[in-house]
Design a protein around this ligand. Structure first.
Ligand code: IMP
Length: 422
């Protein structure tokens, strides 16, 4: 079944593991948005892999992996990632990894421009991953970006980089940040592109042929719905459409190619970076950090943690058309006596079932909670949904009811084997 896997919170929902689990029955795994701001941790055969741009299917021998046109690719970062994963024993051949010739490039200047923008925003900064994602997408929309296909014309690329470096240097100098030498940028980028070129192709007909041949397609979403540039907590969002629609625009496959949308959420809520987080809870954050959990895969930053927020999840299920929920990290709540679920937002005395669009309304949200009993036992050894304690099953049933989508999978630990089918 052709499936989109999409994050329903602020990223870091454990999508990598669910993708890896579903890849068993997939032929092609596709990344269609975002860049190496994403960090997917997959533990398989006892080895921990952290993937940023590579689709999780790369860890399998017999899957085709596509980095689609909607992704922004830092060529230097991707080459480093390929080398790291290869050093862990995974072969990455042109037959196994295809890169869209329409994908845009993240240049070294984009990373510095990202930092400059954060400095300029001061107290209102977004808390980006500083991977240059926003500036690279800005160039794409501004029609001055560079695409993989452009590298067939070295003179064109050199001229474009030289022009963009000059423009960027003016901004960087104003912020007191290091400036760039165009020649050095070109050298660094060309060197990385050389390694990537054997993988670059027109991925659209390849994907359509796979679809027509009834192969199973799996779209691996990055980040999460509340970081979507349209549906997220704007401006505290990333710069791509992280929701289900992004899978089509970012791959060239049409909506009718999709048969299932699996929305991934944690059994609680986490967020890195700045921006509103109504159900954040210091006690839960301290507890999970104390267990060594909830540190960002890309930046290592501790994530803020809070109670399950079904206002956000209800909205996320709507905009993604979620057909099944994958609830991860259920075991993170194993020790708790009672659990809180946010069912609505009280804003100035009015109850809201969906998140607001107004920026200032987020500051006035009082979450409305209902309390459920905890299960107070270790769930990490459960191998079937029916093994879960009754209270855990009740918690999941209430989650599904409040979000309007059925539970499909439950994660009780980081390993591929710790994924239960409901
Ligand atoms: P950017 O995508 O680096 O521009 O960062 C914008 C916002 O998205 C920041 O709050 C980041 O922390 C957040 N973000 C970007 N990628 C991820 C991710 O993969 N997981 C969680 N948060 C992310």
């Amino acid at each position: 079944m052709n499936t989109i896997i999409t994050g329903l919170q602020w990223g870091d929902e454990g999508k990598g593991k669910i993708v890896d689990f579903l890849t068993a029955s997939a032929d092609v795994v596709i990344r269609s948005q975002g860049g190496n701001n994403a960090g997917h941790t997959v533990i398989t055969r006892g080895i921990k892999y952290i993937l940023h741009l590579l689709p999780s299917g790369i860890l399998w021998d017999d899957k085709i992996n596509v980095i689609g046109n909607g992704v922004v690719i830092d060529p230097v970062g991707l080459v480093e990632e390929i080398q790291r994963v290869e050093a862990q024993g995974v072969a990455i051949t042109p037959a196994k990894l295809l890169i869209s010739d329409r994908a845009h490039i993240v240049l070294p200047i984009h990373k510095e421009l990202d930092a400059a923008r954060e400095i300029a925003l001061g107290a209102h900064k977004i808390g980006t991953t500083k991977r240059g994602i926003g500036p690279a997408y800005a160039d794409k929309i501004n029609r001055c970006g560079l695409r993989m296909a452009d590298f067939a014309d070295r003179a064109f690329v050199t001229a474009r980089i030289t022009q963009r470096v000059a423009e960027a240097n003016e901004i960087l100098a104003r912020c007191g940040l290091p400036t760039y030498e165009a020649a050095a940028v070109c050298a660094e980028v060309f060197c990385a592109i050389e390694r990537l070129l054997p993988h670059v192709t027109n991925t659209i007909p390849v994907l359509h042929a796979a679809w027509q041949a009834k192969q199973t397609l799996l779209f691996e979403g990055a980040q999460g719905t509340l970081l979507d540039v349209d549906f997220g907590t704007y401006p505290f969002v990333t710069s791509s459409n992280t929701t289900a629609g992004g899978a089509c625009t970012g791959s060239g496959l049409p909506p009718m190619a999709i048969e299932r949308v699996i929305g991934v959420c944690k059994a609680y809520t986490t967020r890195v970076g700045a921006g509103p987080f109504p159900t954040v809870d210091e006690g839960l954050s301290d507890y999970l950090h104390g267990l060594g959990r909830e540190f960002g895969a890309t930046t290592g930053r501790p994530r803020g943690c809070g109670w399950l927020d079904t206002v956000l999840l209800r909205f996320a299920c709507m905009v993604n058309g979620v057909t099944g929920l994958a609830v991860t990290n259920l075991d993170g709540l194993d020790a708790y006596d009672t659990l809180q679920i946010c069912t609505g937002y009280d804003i100035d005395g009015t109850l809201h079932p969906l998140p607001p669009a107004e920026r200032d309304a987020w500051d006035r949200i009082v979450p409305v909670y209902e309390t459920l009993p905890g299960w107070k036992c270790d769930t990490t050894g459960c191998t079937q949904f029916g093994d879960l304690p009754t209270q855990a099953q009740t918690y999941l049933a209430r989650l599904a009811e409040l979000c309007g989508a059925p539970i499909a999978f439950v994660g009780v630990g980081p390993d591929r084997a710790q994924t239960l089918t409901a």
